[in-house]
Design a protein around this ligand. Structure first.
Ligand code: SF4
Length: 694
C-alpha cells in the first residue's frame, strides 16, 4: 500500500502454482494487479501463503508474453503475426488435411494442469467430438497418473481421501517421497504445526528433507531408502504389520474384501518381504523399519502424505497400492487424521484428471468403453464417440516417430522440457506436420510448432481449479486477456473451425455442462461456489455441501481391495560407468520448469539448478563446493555447479529442474510406470566429474 496506494478494487481468486490451491485477493488499480493478499476465507490456506503465490505473479504481464497469434510453414521459418481468424483457419485446415490423408487417429490433444477445469474439459471435448478419437492426454501423465490408477484400483476413486484440515488430527504422519515445506509450503506449515503439538513423524526419503530436523521438529524415524526401492520398503512395512499382529481386524472384516485380504496377507507374510530380506534393496536398517511400522500401525490416527517421489517410478502405481494396503490393514482410511493423500504438484492436476483428460476416461473417471456413460455424452454433445481408449502422450510421440501420428493441439504444456528423454520427445515433435501450441510464452515445445495461439494467465479468465483435497475454487478474471481471448475461447474457436459447434458465453455454462454429465459434480455451480467459497467433490444430491473426507462408512468401490505388490527392481541399474543415482525435486521459491517463476523477482533466490552431492562422493572425485561438474547418464549429459551437502546419502545425487539451460530431463531415462507410463524421473544412473565445459 505504501508503494502503490490503496487498491481500487479486489477479487478473490486462486493461486495458479501448486496443488494446495490457496485463495488470494487480487488487489487492483485499474487493470493492474498491485498486490496478492492471502485470503482469510480461503479454506485451503486460511489466510496463509508462500513466496510463490504472494510475490510471483509478475510473469502474467512479463514482456516475454506472446500476445498475437502466429503461424509459419516450417519450423525453420520465422514466425509471422496474424489475426486470430487466420491462425485458427490455418490450424483447422491443417488438422482436417492430416485427418483426410492419414486417418482420424493421426491427431490428438494435450490438456494442461495449469489451466482451468473448464478449459481441460473443452480440450478433451474437442478431441473426442471434433477430432473423433480419444487421443487426449494431460501433463498429469508425467506426475500423478499412478495415483489415479493405484487409488482407483484399491479404494474406488482417483483422489486423495482427506481434506487438509485432517492433518490437525493426525497422531502419526508418514511422509513418503514428498518435501511439503518446499513443494507445498502452506500445507507444509500446517503439518509442522501439528508436529509441534506432538504428532509423531516418519519420513521415508533418500534426502534429509527439512522436516527430518528443523526447529522444534525431529522425525521419529528418517528412513533414507535407496531411490527405486519404494515397493520393497512398503512391503517390508506391511510384512511387519501382518506378521506382528498389528492389523485392525474388525475394520478389515467389515470394510474390505476378505478373500483379497487373505491372499495379500499370505503374500506379504512371506519372509522374503521382511525388512531384513529387503535391506539389500532398500538400504534401510531393519530395526528402524520395524519401529516405523509399529508406530504407523499402533500410534493412533495415521495419515500418509506422498508426492512425486512415489509416483515417478517404474512401480509408481504399485507403490500407491502398497500405501493403500497398509492404510486399509490398519483401519486408517475413513477417519480424521488418517488417509492416503497425494500432494499434487500443479494447481489443477486433480482437476485436469477429473475432467476426462485421459485417453481411456470421460469426466469423473468413467471408462470410454462404458456404453451408458458414452451415450449420455453423445446425447448432449451430438457426436458419436469412440469406445476404445486413445493414445497416451508417449504413444503419440512413438507413433509420430514411426510416421503415423501427425498433429497435436497442446494447451498450456511444455512437453519438450517437462517430459522425459528429451531427444525422443523432440524427434516426435519434429516428425509432425501440424503442432498448435497455446501458451503464455514461446516455450521449448513452441520451437517445433506451426501455429502459436496466445494463452491467458489465471488473472485473465474465469474458471475453477481443483486442489489436492478435491476442493473446487473459483478463478476470477481481473484483467482483460492480453492476447484477446481466454484459453477456453481459443478452444471454442478451433472447434467451430473444425466443424464441431461449441457455444458458450461464459465458463459457468461449461461447468453447468460438466455437472450435468458427471455424477460427482452434479451439485457444483458457480452460484454455489460464490456462496460457499469452495466445495469438495463429490458434490451432488447425496452431499450437496461437498465431501471433505471420502470412504467414511464404505469405500467408493464397495469393499476395499488389497492388491498384490510384488517388488520388481527398475531396469535402470548403476554400474562401473554410472555408479551414482540421480533423483530430482523442487525448491520453495521456484515452480516446475520455471516458465513462470523465472520471470518474476523469485528468480533472485535461485539463479541456477545445482547438483547436491554427498561429501564422500565429492571427495572421491576431487570436487569442491561450486565446481562445475558434468552429470552424465546413458541418455546424455549436462553441466551444472556442485553443492556439497550432508542432506544426501553417499551414492545418491540430487538436482532441481527449474532452468531450461540445465535441462535435467535430457539425461533422464525412458523407463516408466508399468500401468500408466508415468516416467521414472526419480531414478537415473549417473556419473559426476569435474569439467570446464560450460
Ligand atoms: Fe500458491 Fe501453493 Fe504457495 Fe499456496 S502453497 S501460495 S497454492 S504455491
Amino acid at each position: 500500500i505504501h508503494e502503490y496506494g490503496q487498491p481500487e478494487h479486489a477479487e478473490v481468486t486462486t493461486c495458479a502454482y501448486c496443488g494446495v490451491g490457496c485463495s488470494f485477493k487480487a488487489e487492483m488499480q485499474g487493470e493492474r494487479v498491485v498486490r496478492m493478499v492471502p485470503y482469510k476465507g480461503g479454506k485451503a490456506n486460511e489466510g496463509h501463503s508462500c513466496v510463490k503465490g504472494r510475490f510471483a505473479y509478475g510473469y502474467a504481464t512479463h514482456k516475454d508474453r506472446i500476445t498475437k497469434p502466429m503461424i509459419r510453414e516450417k519450423i525453420t521459418d520465422p514466425w509471422r503475426e496474424v489475426s486470430w481468424e487466420e491462425a485458427i483457419d490455418r490450424a483447422a485446415s491443417e488438422f482436417k488435411r492430416i485427418q483426410a490423408k492419414y486417418g482420424k487417429d493421426s491427431v490428438g490433444g494435450i490438456t494442461s494442469s495449469r489451466c482451468t477445469n473448464e478449459e481441460a474439459y473443452l480440450v478433451q471435448k474437442l478431441v473426442r467430438a471434433a477430432f473423433g478419437n480419444n487421443n487426449v492426454d494431460t501433463c498429469a501423465r508425467v506426475c500423478h497418473s499412478p495415483t489415479g490408477y493405484g487409488l482407483m484400483s484399491t479404494l474406488g476413486t482417483s483422489a486423495g481421501t482427506q481434506d487438509f484440515k485432517s492433518v490437525e488430527h493426525s497422531d502419526v504422519i508418514l511422509v513418503i517421497g514428498a518435501n511439503p515445506t518446499d513443494g507445498h509450503p502452506v500445507f507444509g506449515s500446517r503439518m509442522k504445526k501439528r508436529l509441534r503439538q506432538g504428532a509423531k513423524l516418519i519420513v521415508a526419503d533418500p534426502r534429509k528433507i527439512d522436516l527430518v530436523k528443523s526447529p522444534h521438529i525431529k522425525a521419529d524415524y528418517h528412513l533414507p531408502l535407496k531411490p527405486g526401492s519404494n515397493v520393497a520398503f512398503i512391503n517390508s512395512l506391511a510384512h511387519v504389520i501382518v506378521t506382528e499382529g498389528l492389523i485392525d481386524e474388525a475394520y478389515v472384516r467389515e470394510r474390505c474384501d476378505l478373500a483379497e485380504f487373505e491372499s495379500w496377507a499370505r503374500f506379504i507374510a512371506d519372509e522374503r518381504h521382511s525388512p531384513e530380506s529387503q535391506q539389500p534393496f532398500t538400504g534401510l536398517d531393519p530395526a528402524e523399519v520395524r519401529g516405523a511400522a509399529r508406530l504407523y500401525a499402533k500410534g493412533g490416527a495415521a495419515g500418509i502424505y506422498y508426492g512425486l517421489g512415489v509416483t515417478e517410478h517404474s512401480q509408481g502405481s504399485t507403490m500407491v497400492m502398497g500405501m493403500a494396503n497398509i492404510a486399509m490393514a490398519t483401519g486408517n482410511i475413513g477417519k480424521l487424521g488418517a488417509g492416503v493423500n497425494p500432494l499434487r504438484g500443479q494447481n489443477n492436476v486433480q482437476g485436469s484428471c477429473d475432467m476426462g483428460s485421459f485417453p481411456h476416461e470421460l469426466t469423473g473417471y468413467r471408462h470410454v468403453s462404458d456404453d451408458a456413460t458414452r451415450e449420455s455424452f453423445e446425447a448432449l454433445w451430438g457426436a458419436k464417440l469412440d469406445n476404445a481408449p486413445g493414445l497416451r502422450i508417449t504413444n503419440m510421440l512413438d507413433e509420430a516417430v514411426e510416421g503415423s501420428f501427425k498433429g497435436m493441439y497442446i494447451q498450456g504444456e511444455d512437453i519438450a522440457q517437462s517430459d522425459p528423454d528429451t531427444h525422443h520427445v523432440t524427434s516426435g515433435l519434429m516428425a509432425m506436420e501440424c503442432i498448435v501450441v497455446q501458451d503464455l510464452f514461446l516455450n521449448e515445445t513452441a520451437k517445433y510448432a506451426h501455429v502459436f495461439l496466445p494463452g491467458a494467465s489465471f488473472l485473465e479468465k474465469d474458471g475453477t481449479f481443483t486442489n489436492a483435497e478435491r476442493r473446487i475454487s473459483r478463478v476470477r478474471k481481473v484483467m482483460a486477456p492480453m492476447g484477446g481471448y481466454g484459453d477456453w475461447e481459443g478452444t471454442v474457436l478451433l472447434s467451430n473451425a473444425l466443424g464441431y459447434k461449441m457455444e458458450y458465453s461464459h465458463p459457468s455454462e461449461i461447468m453447468d455442462e460438466i455437472a450435468s454429465l458427471t455424477p460427482s459434480f452434479t451439485g457444483v455451480s458457480y452460484a454455489k461456489l460464490d456462496e460457499l467459497g469452495s466445495v469438495q467433490w463429490p458434490c451432488n444430491e447425496k452431499a450437496p455441501l461437498g465431501t471433505p473426507m471420502m470412504h467414511v462408512d464404505r469405500f467408493v468401490r464397495g469393499k476395499g481391495r488389497f492388491m498384490i505388490t510384488e517388488f520388481v527392481a527398475t531396469e535402470e541399474r548403476t554400474g562401473a560407468k554410472f555408479p551414482l543415482i540421480l533423483t530430482t525435486g523442487r525448491i520453495l521459491s521456484q515452480y516446475n520448469v520455471g516458465a513462470q517463476t523465472r520471470r518474476t523477482e523469485n528468480s533472485r533466490w535461485h539463479e541456477e539448478d545445482v547438483l547436491e552431492i554427498h561429501p564422500f562422493d565429492a571427495e572421491l572425485r576431487g570436487i569442491v563446493d561450486g565446481d562445475l561438474v558434468a552429470l552424465e547418464s546413458r541418455s546424455g549429459d549436462i553441466a551444472l555447479k556442485a553443492k556439497i551437502s550432508e542432506r544426501m546419502q553417499p551414492g545418491v545425487v540430487y538436482t532441481t529442474f527449474h532452468h531450461a539451460k540445465t535441462g535435467a530431463n535430457v539425461i533422464t531415462t525412458d523407463y516408466s510406470d508399468w500401468a500408466t507410463n508415468c516416467p521414472e524421473y526419480k531414478v537415473t544412473a549417473v556419473q559426476v566429474r569435474r569439467t570446464n565445459r560450460p
